[in-house]
Design a protein around this ligand. Structure first.
Ligand code: AHR
Length: 503
């Protein structure tokens, strides 16, 4: 029997105007993300700074907006001063987070230049693991003060005459995690983060500060952590962070395809907790969420491996997940969930960007290529313009071991009323059956289809590899049609699709 779904897009059901920061990404000094990733001085495409321009082109195509830097766990032991000034005098340090050596050949000034090359916004994290207010104020002065102070003049002498003007700053990373260098109780972190935020805002009250939330919804302190931290710093910070990674476990693809249920639960819990604190403190401010680490990550397998070991080496191959079609479908669904919650999730960062759990892979001296997960991100970043609309979806559910009943189809819509364009993003979670979907877009004035693509393969586990870099790609969605203001489309099983609409 044919499975059908009906989707109604109500032009008035506006979630939020689209802020490009929802399409952010993340570059950490970890494995081969920076070294032999974005930076490889000997590569044929490298520029004067040593950055690979073939990677820059792929980052632009991916459509990353804000890029969080330099960690991650790495930042909790980082001395930012090591990464500025003449490269030949920069020290080699031990990175305890990933047990590797850090050459400091890339630091703040180089990375700010790389962000300009890619057209992205730099979002900086300060070290609240081994350091504190003093170091945070110093990097802020170095990065943002125009001139005439010790550290701003040092930046100018180092070849960056203009301030980097970094707007978003993370107050540490995952300080709730026992794996974090210098991790703390919520009480201790809440006090330190509040004081650091207050001091940073005394320097520049227009900064946007992100306080650490939980490292996952499975953390034992989840909920309490957010409440305690926000009770200390509510008036000084602008965002609370969320981090979530998903993977298929024990061959249970059905549950994996419904991973966005956990992301939705995570967001709702943090929103409820933040609003509780808001009302308790009689605040006028509504806290925004920065979902600044999210992705598919086969963490169980990495933890069981020997790739993070006792050796001290530069840029080891760590966390180099090779993603399947199913992984890409889940990633597309997570992005749909972020958009559906864009009224509160104002910023997000796909973790990470190159080689390390990344949509882009590179080989030293060789190629750069797109993983399967590249496609839903790049197409959504390109087509989602204007405002997010929350559709009503009527579709049967299926049973999952982890999340119970889950709808077979998920979707979100966007509309750019000025440009008279729109887009639909849809997933079919059924393992074997196509689903016939009817979408009403009445009232939007959009009556033609300008583009329709799908990510699907007969092999759910097909991947792009160095040897076969284009095994998986987008395909035309042949089954789509529009009659007046009704779109009809057949979604293949285990697929992510995008349909662009015009007049
Ligand atoms: O993205 C990889 C790691 O995941 C980050 O360093 C850390 O913040 C998180 O645990």
């Amino acid at each position: 029997m044919t499975i059908t779904a009906t989707i109604t897009v109500d032009p008035a059901a506006v979630v939020a105007p689209i802020d490009r920061r929802i399409f952010g990404s993340f570059v950490e000094h970890l494995g081969r993300c920076v070294y032999d990733g974005i930076y490889e001085p000997g590569h044929p495409t490298a520029n004067a700074d040593g950055f690979r321009l073939d990677v820059v082109d792929l980052v632009k195509e991916l459509g990353s907006s804000t890029i969080r830097y330099p960690g991650g766990n790495f930042v909790s032991g980082y001395r930012w001063e090591d990464g500025v000034g003449p490269r030949e005098t920069r020290p080699v340090r031990r990175d305890l987070a990933w047990h590797s050596l850090e050459s400091n050949q890339v630091g703040l000034d180089e990375f700010a230049r790389w962000c300009k090359l890619t057209g992205s916004e730099l979002m900086m994290a300060v070290n609240l693991g081994t350091r504190g207010i003093d170091a945070a104020l110093d990097i802020l002065e170095y990065a943002n003060h125009p001139s005439g102070t010790a550290l701003s003049d040092q930046r100018i002498a180092n070849g960056s005459p203009e301030p980097h003007d970094i707007r978003m700053w993370c107050l540490g990373d995952e300080m709730d995690g026992p794996w974090q260098t210098g991790y703390m109780t919520a009480e201790d972190y809440g006090k330190l983060a509040a004081r650091t935020a207050q001091a940073m805002k005394a320097a520049d009250r227009t900064l946007e500060l992100v306080v650490c939330g939980s490292s996952g919804s499975n953390m034992p302190t989840f909920g309490d952590w957010e409440r305690t931290v926000l009770e200390h710093g509510y008036e000084h910070v602008d965002y609370i962070s969320c981090h979530a990674y998903y993977q298929e476990r024990k061959g249970d693809l059905g549950s994996f395809l419904a991973s966005s249920h956990d992301m939705q639960y995570f967001i709702e819990t943090v929103v409820a907790t933040a609003d509780h604190v808001k009302h308790k403190l009689h605040s006028d401010k509504t806290m925004k969420l920065s979902f600044d680490e999210w992705n598919i990550w086969y963490l169980d397998e990495h933890q069981a491996s020997q790739e993070v070991n006792d050796d001290w080496v530069f840029a080891p191959r760590q966390l180099e997940d090779v993603y399947s079609v199913a992984d890409a479908v889940v990633l597309g669904n997570l992005l749909i969930t972020l958009l559906k919650n864009h009224d509160r999730v104002a910023s997000a960062s796909l973790a990470q960007l190159v080689n390390v759990i990344a949509p882009i892979m590179t080989e030293p001296g060789g190629d750069a290529w797109r993983q399967t997960t590249f496609f839903p991100f790049s197409v959504t970043s390109r087509l989602a313009r204007g405002e997010v609309l929350r559709p009503r979806i009527d579709v049967p559910s299926y049973d999952t071991a982890v999340y119970g009943a889950a709808p077979l189809v998920d979707a979100v819509a966007t509309v750019d009323r000025d440009a008279a364009t729109g887009a639909l993003f849809l997933v079919n979670r059924h393992l074997t059956e196509a689903i016939e979907v009817t979408v009403s877009v009445a009232g939007l004035g959009l009556t033609s289809i300008t583009e329709a693509v799908t990510l699907h393969d007969d092999d759910n586990y097909a991947k792009n590899t160095m040897a076969d870099q284009e095994r998986v790609g987008l395909r035309d969605l042949d089954s789509v049609g529009i009659d007046g203001d009704t779109v009809t489309v057949t979604l293949p099983p285990v697929s992510w699709s995008a349909i662009a609409l015009g007049t």
